[in-house]
Design a protein around this ligand. Structure first.
Ligand code: CP
Ligand code: NVA
Length: 325
């Protein structure tokens, strides 16, 4: 059973086909005769956290692929009253064809995958947000690949190789972890800048050392610095995320205090490459982790990222559904 719990659940060799499929689904959206690989299927979406982009793009995407999305707030099902994850996985597998799960503990998506018998997609945990990273990488290829509309999938993916991403702010959050995994998978360089108490965690680094990026365990490379200007030097992308991730609200005051030097200002963005892109998974807090002028900069591609969630996730859904047949 193929799942998508972390970036490395796709091998490098599988990426060209996936990216080309996302581009095809984007190009043909709404056309008559569009493929319906989820026809007759129901996919449950179990969400324990808020969501705008992920929820809507998955609901619309499953519907457009011919399937039926079944949204389940964790508190509306017995999982919220103490039924185990293991039993939930085994019961839901008797009814539905796949699970899309947003939760806190990453172990929960792993247990749903191992106890259930349908594909599971990680729609964000405290640890990782792989749907966002694959979407972001696809969005970069639209800008970087020569003839991006007609190039082969291999050329799309190749356009990522050697590019540098600078990730600023909370460098221990799910987005930072996921971008480290993604950068290594895509052959990109990644430099992270944040307060030293928010450096990538030891637990994450231990996980990273076990990851396979090209068929063999190679660990993963990244640079961490407390100097935001050092991180953005030579960067092709300046990326940030909220400073207070879902579930961390009690730490708001302290997080804002220590992360202040990492605001993406116009000046900091200008210190990256001249043609650097600004990216953010959204939601953004203008005036906190990034200034409005950067969000509105012509090289900010935040809404392309948001739109592409739909197309990339449809490609992921179709790939997992085909593998489950
Ligand atoms: N970027 C992202 O996952 O947004 P939502 O929290 O709105 O789903
Ligand atoms: N790090 C953020 C990402 C939101 C899409 C969070 O977990 O809240």
């Amino acid at each position: 059973m193929k799942h998508f719990l972390k970036e490395t659940d796709f091998a490098r060799s599988e990426l060209p086909k996936l990216f080309a499929l996302a581009r095809e689904l984007k190009r043909t959206r709404g056309q008559r005769g569009a493929p319906k690989p989820l026809a007759g299927q129901t996919w449950a979406m179990i969400f324990s956290k808020s969501s705008t982009r992920t929820r809507v793009s998955f609901e619309v995407g499953i519907h457009e692929l011919g399937g039926n999305p079944l949204f389940l707030n964790k508190n509306d099902i017995q999982l919220g009253r103490g039924e185990t994850v293991e039993d939930t996985a085994r019961v839901l597998s008797r009814f539905v064809h796949g699970l899309v799960v947003r939760t806190f503990d990453h172990g929960e998506v792993e247990r749903l995958a191992s106890f259930g018998s349908v594909p599971v997609i990680n729609a964000l945990t405290d640890f990782l947000h792989p749907c966002q990273i694959f979407t972001d990488a696809f969005t970069m290829t639209e800008r970087w690949a020569k003839n991006a509309q007609t190039a082969t999938g291999a050329k799309l993916v190749e356009s990522l190789r050697g590019r540098k991403i600078a990730f600023l702010g909370d460098t221990a959050c799910n987005m930072a972890n996921s971008w480290i995994l993604g950068a290594n998978l895509f052959g990109m360089k990644i430099s992270l800048a944040g307060p030293k108490e928010f450096a990538p965690s030891a637990a994450f680094q231990a996980q990273l050392a076990k990851e396979k990026f090209s068929g063999k365990a190679t660990g993963g490379d990244f640079q961490f610095t407390t100097d935001p200007y050092e991180a953005v030097r030579g960067a092709d992308v300046v990326y940030t995320d909220v400073w207070v991730s879902m579930g961390k609200e009690e730490e708001t005051k302290e997080r804002i205090r220590v992360m202040l030097p990492y605001v993406v200002t116009g000046k900091l963005f200008a210190a990256a490459k001249q043609d650097a892109l600004f990216m953010h998974c959204l939601p953004a807090h203008a005036g906190e982790e990034v200034m409005q002028e950067v969000l509105e900069n012509p090289r900010s591609i935040i809404f392309d990222q948001a739109e592409n969630r739909l197309h990339m996730q449809k490609a992921i859904l179709a790939t997992l559904a085909a593998a489950a047949r």
